[in-house]
Design a protein around this ligand. Structure first.
Ligand SMILES: N[C@@H](CCC(=O)N[C@@H](CS)C(=O)NCC(=O)O)C(=O)O
Length: 217
């Protein structure tokens, strides 16, 4: 079955993009320009009515949601080790993956797009400020996972989905004025992950700069 990934450079779709490359999958990458609203085209909404990337098309099936896509790829390419295969290690990896997706990622969305959550300018400023406080704590939590892991990668011996998400969340932190050097373990892990030939292909395709840090004015 043919695979196609709808992605937008620098967004959370990188987690799926890196996973496909790590799995050695043959797939067609389809770049969407979110600034141009391409995620709201009729063609894309037919694949994902939520109008968001990533979407993985596997044959005639369109799959959205990062966690669902990772689980699907993990089943399809078990040898890639995107997640631990079984047992408590798998449960713990899913626990982290879900937290990244349902907690840290939405916190950043509140910082990046506060207009989604209020149409009042003062309320937006407050949402943004509070989200930044929260996001710092969440990146600090990931830093603890990375600093105290007893395996080379976040979920085991092989690089996988958690490492791709950690890199993505750390990059976004740079946009929020969080210097990655203040999170040295996550920064080192992200650099190692980015240097893997498979991941480097995704980074090159998305034309990503790893360190986006700029001090906030
Ligand atoms: N829960 C979704 C979140 C997806 C998401 O937030 N995608 C963002 C990019 S990081 C997006 O497509 N935003 C465009 C929009 O909402 O218009 C998932 O896990 O896939």
């Amino acid at each position: 079955m043919s695979l196609k990934l709808y992605f937008a450079p620098g967004t959370c779709s990188f987690v799926a993009h890196a996973a496909l490359e790590l799995a050695g999958a043959t797939f067609e990458p389809v770049l969407l320009k979110l600034q141009r609203g391409e995620q709201r085209s009729a063609e894309f909404l037919a694949l994902n009515p939520h109008g968001q990337v990533p979407v993985l098309v596997d044959g005639s099936d369109a799959i959205s949601q990062i966690v669902a896509i990772v689980l699907h790829l993990d089943q399809r390419f078990p040898e890639a080790g995107l997640l631990p295969p079984a047992g408590l290690a798998r449960t713990r990896a899913l626990e982290k993956l879900l937290w990244m997706n349902n907690t840290a990622h939405p916190t950043f969305s509140h910082f990046f797009a506060p207009q989604k959550f209020s149409d009042d300018a003062a309320a937006q400023a407050s949402i943004k400020a509070q989200a930044l406080v929260q996001y710092r704590k969440e990146l600090a939590e990931i830093e603890q996972w990375v600093a105290h892991k007893d395996t080379p990668w976040l979920s085991g011996e092989q690089p996988g989905a958690l490492d791709g998400y950690a890199l993505t969340l750390l990059r976004w932190g740079g946009l929020a004025g969080i210097d990655p050097h203040t999170l040295p373990a996550t920064w080192a892990l992200s650099q190692q992950f980015a240097a893997l030939p498979a991941v480097a292909r995704a980074i090159e395709r998305e034309r990503l700069t790893l360190n986006l840090y700029r001090p906030q004015s």
